[in-house]
Design a protein around this ligand. Structure first.
Ligand code: GDP
Ligand code: MG
Length: 457
């Protein structure tokens, strides 16, 4: 279908840079490249260039030569997409790269859609759907562990793990089918214990993936984190500590922060999108009241809450209100101003938090203590970044369906429902696993996956 067209797009980010890369992929890549690229060595011809070679030359728009650079050649099927590919590296201003793309389009290429290179790679059997999704995760990863997780998926860690489970279920299914469909053929009955063992094994593998989903997502994508507490507890001081610079105004005057101040920071392996909020208190000032309303809203929608309490002043009603609101949230209580004499009743708020930690947000050392607490609470510390992990709702819901199918099969075994009931459940589980790896994903699902890609990838 679309393999007939040759696509062109800028593969590097917009803006100024040393080089920009314009990528061509498709059957006419060499013919298009020949028109926009003149090798410096006039004896060389683009059409004769072998795969994995490079030529230096000039870029042409009609007769005008507007830049010089390098062309890299790949011959099908040994390229990223599996098609003929030419990568043109020009100088990295947007004007030059855009002109080069326009010249390619004038020479017969068509603009690439989002993720179209990776999509072609998938359709040409270069990678599975989960590997394509991993490419996107790798591009957008902010931290090292998140990138390692994505790389493991790109290298097929998830695909291999799922394939092993499919194998177990398929073997089981073959046996069940033979037994159910050909009772007169003398097929040996499946031992209930062996059947249960195989199903439990697959279930355990799926459970592990499902349980690590949230923590893996945090490593890959980061998490929204609300900083909340009474006025003057030290919320803005905490934000500045984690940001590493004076992001928010800090004063001894209560009610300094009124709007939500947002700042992304890298805390150990986790990217936190921090939201510093207005201090929680009753107020007649309509502006501050709106700030307080937004603070409560942030607390409710954030994936992580850092509740800051002033350890140098007695427990107030607002402190207790806040603690109660944090019950059931992923929240850490930071009892601040550890350097001052303690006045605060920590015991009163402790029941509502997973962790209560005394800190001094004016001191650099607090950052490490908070980073460790956050990693422990979010479970990122226990993730092996080189192991298989699920990424995105699509993969998670397929894994959940597969797990439910296996559980259904186990229930059927235990309640003595008969092997045809077991067989139906195993079928459901297998189908969900095939959907996960993309082996029977519909065109619509594939479209949805690639919608989120950037052009040029
Ligand atoms: N002694 C001491 N003072 C602190 C500490 N953290 C913050 N403060 C002070 O407490 C006051 C209020 O801090 P701020 O961050 O603006 O509080 P916010 O209203 O919660 O944002 C400022 O004068 C800070 O310098 C701390 O750990 N120790
Ligand atoms: Mg503040």
């Amino acid at each position: 279908m679309m393999e007939n067209s040759t696509i062109a797009a800028i593969a590097t980010p917009p803006g100024q840079g040393g080089i920009a890369v314009v990528r061509l992929s498709g059957p006419d890549s060499y013919r298009v490249a020949e028109q926009v690229f003149r090798p410096a060595d006039s004896r060389k011809r683009v059409a004769d260039a072998k795969g994995y070679t490079a030529l230096y030359g000039q870029f042409a728009d009609g007769e005008e030569l507007f830049d010089d650079g390098v062309a890299l050649f790949y011959r099908a099927p040994r390229s990223y997409t599996g098609e003929d590919v030419v990568e043109l590296s020009c100088h990295g201003g947007s004007a030059v790269a855009r002109r080069l793309v326009e010249a390619c389009l004038a020479a017969g290429a068509v603009p690439a859609g989002p993720g179209e290179y990776t999509r072609r790679a998938m359709l040409n059997g270069k990678m599975s759907l989960t590997q394509a999704e991993a490419v996107m995760d790798l591009i957008s990863a902010g931290g090292r562990q998140g990138a390692a997780l994505a790389n493991a998926a790109k290298e097929g860690a998830l695909a291999r793990k799922i394939a092993a489970q499919q194998e177990v279920l398929t073997a089981l299914q073959a046996h069940l089918t033979a037994w159910v469909d050909f009772p007169e053929e003398d097929v040996p009955a499946l031992e209930t214990d062996a059947l249960r063992q195989s199903l439990e094994q697959v279930k355990a593998g799926l459970e592990e993936l499902i349980q690590n989903y949230d923590a893996a997502a945090v490593l890959r994508e980061g998490i929204d984190c609300a900083i909340v507490g009474r006025p003057n507890a030290g919320k803005s001081t905490l934000l500045n500590l984690l940001a590493g610079f004076d992001r928010a105004i800090v004063t001894p005057i209560a009610g300094t922060t009124r709007d939500v101040v947002e700042q992304a920071v890298q805390l150990g392996e986790i990217r936190l999108n921090l939201f510093d909020t207005a201090g929680l208190r009753e107020t007649d000032d309509p502006v501050e009241a709106e700030g307080v309303r937004r603070s409560w809203a942030k607390l409710a929608e954030a994936g992580l809450v850092l509740a800051v309490f002033d350890g140098s002043s007695p427990l107030a009603k607002e402190d207790l209100d806040l603690a109660k609101r944090c019950a059931g949230c992923r929240a850490i209580a930071l009892v601040n101003k550890e350097d001052l004499p303690v006045q605060f009743d920590t015991g009163a708020i402790a029941p509502y938090f997973a962790m209560v930690i005394p800190v001094c947000c004016k001191e650099e050392g607090a950052k490490k203590v908070i980073a460790e607490a956050v990693a422990r609470l979010l479970g990122t510390a226990r993730i092996d970044p080189h192991a298989a992990s699920l990424s995105g709702q699509r993969q998670l819901s397929a894994a959940l369906r597969a797990r439910d199918g296996v559980q259904g099969a186990l229930d059927a075994v235990d309640t003595g429902f008969g092997l045809d009931a077991v067989s139906v459940c195993v079928d459901d589980a297998l189908e969900a696993l095939y959907e996960l790896t993309g082996e029977n994903a519909s065109e619509a699902v594939i479209d949805q996956v690639f919608e989120t890609f950037c052009v040029g990838k």
